[in-house]
Ligand binder design. Structure first.
Ligand code: CA
Length: 627
């Protein structure tokens, strides 16, 4: 019996030995030229790719170029890689020149389909091999090591272990554990402006190993953020894709760089607040790692492009033939935009608000449509401007949707976004004479990340009237809606009261912030290795706090104090719905949103319009009375 068992064990072991990993050999390949350090000149004979595969830790490959340069092997046929080894160049700069070096596999000689196998996260030791196990299940004919940014690719020795085989797509490597966006451009050309679309392959891999891949174009995007070292990108797939858990299937996606936001989550937090407050559409956003041509670029947010789409701004898409009757009335998407004059399709309103028309886009819009949007905007603006200092509503609510405008305002104020009225999206549906405000966008300098208004919670007035930037005369527009109409503050208070009971509270928001901080913890570590800026004030930073943890702690401190600030400014006293401040022996008890008991008794009374906390037979609910 024992012998049979041993025999069985032997038989079971045999097939495994057949696919056992071995040190793989192939043809050395790499960026050319290399560098001859003896005279610092380009060379095609010295420090060649073969020097990284000669088994000698004293010889090395060194590229002449300083970024996106690499060295690897053509294995001839696909191989599943199970283990890699590397050793740094044998001199002073060698050990640090492997930090954030990327090991990749591909099946195209141009590496356009490359996926990461391993990201090196620490310095090497001269004269020693370092090893890592590889989990990627796919087989690759081409494997390579890409040197980190702005350093010559220097490596003394590379080893790839594995076995022949095509493998499968069941397991990918995510450098920090969050989803990864892999952009590979033709000829490794780096996207360099907003006008030139660089032919690319883009693959986006989720944490469950599912992925999308398509040919695409990539370019830069953004305004202020365009000038920072960590670039924001725009991806346009050739066909519609639905990456990760995004609701929309679409060609266009944005990568927000968060360079000046060292918590790397301000935009995501604002989107979370937008969802809780109940905007009809909140842009999709997810933390991702970005790799461009084998170089680790850091933690970004993959976000929706703000555009007309069933799962984005859901309005009718205009055709060029929609030039009269009801068809001409929408949908339109525009942006009140301080940078409008840099665009092709824009106008300045009668009261000097610059507006960029986003949809229809500048290539497709007809003169009739352009005129219609400008005329409508001017009519809306005139209605708002009719609201004078006499505290009356002169009808702006019929042409400007109050709910979305005021929710958008509250998100801007809770986040303390000085950019809220620098850029505002609005849209108009077909067959309805009304503008809606949203979606919210761009919170890089929100949450007290702007030295011009820091510390925000010390101010007594809303930031949009006290230090916020406005596009043209947009400040006047908002002032009329919010401050010169006596109905507005009570309306804001009601929206705020509902939000306060739905997750806009210090504990819930801090828990949300902690959960993101945990999710991106490895990603932020790599990000600040790549961008060593934690001790520097960047963009509008009021303070450099020296660590990711300190930046996150300040964000939590700000939001906790801001919720209290908003309560106070809006004249709202928060009552815990589950256990109102007092209870009543009678079946019905009602409190107003100031926390004052307005009724106890046994019959539901007639109530003035407003929001109430109602306790009926022990059940507590929030009721909006709107007779
Ligand atoms: Ca060597």
């Amino acid at each position: 019996m024992r012998n049979i068992f041993l025999l069985l064990l032997l038989i079971l072991t045999l097939p495994l030995t057949a696919v056992e990993s071995q040190l793989l050999t192939g043809t050395p390949i790499g960026s050319s030229p290399s560098v001859d350090y003896s005279n610092n000149s380009a060379s095609t004979t010295v420090n060649q790719p073969s020097a990284a595969f000669d088994g000698d830790l004293n010889t090395f490959y060194a590229s002449y170029g300083r970024s996106y340069t690499w060295v690897g092997l053509d294995l001839g046929t696909p191989h599943v890689i199970t283990r890699v080894g590397w050793s740094p160049r044998n001199d002073g700069v060698g050990p640090e020149r492997v930090v954030l070096g990327m090991i990749e596999g591909a099946n195209r000689s141009d590496f356009l389909d490359a996926v990461p196998l391993y990201l090196i996260d620490q310095k090497g030791v001269i004269g020693e091999m370092h090893y890592a196990d590889i989990i990627v299940s796919k087989g690759f004919r081409y494997v390579r090591y890409v040197g980190p940014h702005d350093k010559r690719c220097n490596i003394a020795e590379l080893e790839f272990y594995g076995h022949a085989g095509e493998g499968d797509d069941s397991k990918f490597y995510l450098p920090s554990g969050i989803p990864v966006v892999i952009m590979s451009t033709v000829n490794a050309e780096e996207p360099y402006d907003k006008e030139h679309n660089i032919p690319s392959y883009v693959r986006i891999i989720d944490t469950d190993n599912s992925y999308v891949i398509d040919t695409a174009t990539t370019r830069l995007r953004g305004n202020a953020s365009l000038n920072f070292a960590k670039k924001p990108y725009r991806i346009k797939f050739e066909s519609k894709q639905r990456p990760l858990d995004a609701p929309a299937k679409a060609k266009k996606w944005t990568l927000i760089s968060n360079y000046g936001d060292k918590t790397l989550m301000r935009n995501l937090l604002a989107f979370h607040i937008s969802e809780v407050i109940g905007m009809p559409y909140t842009p999709y956003g997810r933390s991702v790692d970005v790799i461009l041509n084998g170089e680790y670029k850091g933690c970004y947010q993959l976000c929706d492009q703000i555009e007309v789409n069933k799962n984005r701004v859901n309005i009718d898409e205009m055709e060029t033939s929609d030039i009269s009757g009801e068809a001409l009335t929408g949908g339109y998407l525009w942006e009140i935009d301080a940078y409008a004059d840099q665009e092709v399709s824009w106008f300045n309103s009668n009261h000097n608000i610059p507006v960029t028309i986003k949809s229809p886009d500048e290539e497709d819009i007809t003169p009739e449509q352009s005129k219609y949007v400008a005329d409508f905007f001017n009519k809306m603006e005139e209605t708002v401007y009719a609201t004078y200092f006499d505290n009356k509503d002169y009808g702006w609510r019929s042409i400007l949707d109050a709910e979305t405008f005021l929710k958008h305002f509250l998100i801007g104020e809770l986040s303390g976004n000085t950019d809220t009225y620098w850029s505002v999206y609005q849209y108009k549906k077909r067959g309805e004479d009304k503008a809606y405000t949203g979606p919210v966008w761009d919170f890089d300098i929100a949450f007290d990340n702007d030295y011009r208004t820091y510390p925000l919670n010390n101010k007594s007035e809303f930031v949009c009237f006290n230090g916020g930037s406005t596009a043209g005369s947009m400040g006047q527009f908002v002032r009329r809606v919010v401050l010169q109409d006596a109905q507005t503050i009570p309306e804001l208070r009601e929206i705020w009261a509902v939000a306060r009971c739905n997750g806009i509270d210090s504990a819930s928001l801090c828990m949300w912030i902690d959960s993101i901080a945990e999710e991106i913890d490895r990603s932020q570590t790599f990000t600040f290795m790549r961008w060593d800026i934690l001790n520097r004030q960047e963009h509008m930073n009021p303070v450099a706090r020296g660590s990711f943890a300190a930046e996150v702690a300040y964000l939590k401190d700000y939001i906790s104090k801001r919720v209290e600030w908003m309560d106070k400014r809006l004249g709202y006293v928060h009552t815990d719905v589950q256990s109102p401040v007092t209870s009543s022996p009678l079946p019905i008890a009602i409190w107003d949103i100031m926390g004052r008991m307005v009724y106890t008794g046994s019959e539901m009374p007639m109530l003035e319009n407003g929001l109430y906390v109602v306790q009926e037979n022990g059940q507590t609910t929030i009721k909006l009375i709107n007779n």
